[in-house]
Ligand binder design. Structure first.
Ligand code: GLV
Ligand code: GLV
Length: 326
């Protein structure tokens, strides 16, 4: 029997055709609706491989249903949606998509920082709504980015790529990370700071840390109060790293100046979300890596990892490094 691969979202035929040559492949047939849990459980039961999205909770129930399951290829660099420990216990390999999305995600992060600092969304709306009556001295005046201090929380590959972009804007670069990164300090002139030091000194606080039990609820009102009143907060990691009620309070009481958010505690957010009522918030629908080139590269990497594992070869990007082919 050919191995069975289930893909939890509709992906282009061109990307999955190599899988179809070797394996039986089925796909959830929607681009913009995530697979219901009962379907995922039923498919996991039959599958040798699952190609999953960050919207799928690949938890104990899915992994234990997957009696034949050998690999989860998650189409994201983050893997907080996968129970890694449960996969490890069952000898299931978990793969993610680092590296291929680094530059695109750093571009989006910097674009969101610039857009928030320079009030681009408000300004663009102002023109489209026909409100532009005259040039005026402080019309939609924002804040400078160049020569300011950026504080990067989570100096992984994306953090490093953001630091590189910040260097091009003559910014001072602070970073906080679990481990210090001497090579990044040397190469990019980034300076290590404690978390408290970073949040109090930075003009732009950029969150890129993965979601873990340690980083959950890391940004609370106490942290926002430590920031400058002019601080701009940018989050392109995962929503639950931030306490959203506290962020709302910080933005409405003037503790900080503005926020640019690509991720939220519970996605998707609806129009009624309190943060969307604020002019000093730019909200994006979790599109950090979303360019045609990069999303295609992420899909392709998932496909390659599945092919490797189902044919007994080591995958390119393994999350649970202790995994061994059986
Ligand atoms: C997106 O958020 C990712 O983790 O790739
Ligand atoms: C940055 O924090 C990354 O995930 O590479």
């Amino acid at each position: 029997m050919r191995p069975y691969v289930y893909i939890t979202r509709k992906l282009p035929d061109a990307v999955i055709k190599t899988l179809k040559q070797k394996f039986t492949v089925n796909m959830w047939d929607h681009e913009d609706i995530s697979v219901p849990k009962d379907v995922l459980l039923a498919e996991a039961k039959k599958a040798d491989a699952l190609l999953t999205m960050l919207t799928d909770a690949v938890d104990e129930s899915v992994l234990s249903a997957g009696e034949r399951l050998k690999v989860i290829a998650n189409m994201a660099v983050g893997f907080d949606n996968v129970d890694i420990e449960a996969a490890r216990r069952r000898g299931i390999a978990v793969c993610n998509t680092p590296d291929v999305l680094t530059a695109s995600t750093a571009d989006l992060t910097f674009a969101l920082l610039m857009a928030t600092a320079r009030r681009m969304e408000e300004a663009a709306r102002f023109v489209k709504e026909g409100k532009w009556n005259s040039w005026s001295p402080f019309l939609l005046a924002g804040q400078d980015v160049h020569h300011k201090t950026i504080g990067i929380v989570g100096m992984g590959k994306i953090g490093e790529a953001v630091a590189k972009r910040a260097g091009g804007f003559d910014m001072n670069i602070l970073y906080h990370n679990r481990s210090q990164k001497p090579e990044v300090e040397h190469k990019l002139g980034a300076v290590y700071a404690t978390f408290d030091e970073l949040v109090s000194k930075a003009d732009f606080i950029v969150c890129l840390t993965p979601l873990t039990p340690e980083t959950k609820n890391m940004f609370t009102i106490d942290v926002f109060r430590e920031m400058k009143k002019t601080a701009v907060f940018i989050n392109v990691s995962r929503g639950p790293v931030v306490n959203e009620q506290d962020l709302y309070e910080a933005l409405t009481t003037g503790e900080i100046a503005a926020a640019g958010l690509d991720v939220f505690e519970k996605e998707p957010i609806g129009r009624e979300h309190p943060l969307l009522t604020l002019n000093n918030v730019i909200a994006l629908p979790h599109i950090g890596s979303s360019t045609i080139e990069t999303r295609t590269a992420m899909m392709t990497l998932c496909v390659e990892n599945i092919e490797s594992i189902l044919t007994g070869k080591p995958p390119k990007t393994l999350v649970n490094k202790e995994w061994q082919p059986v």
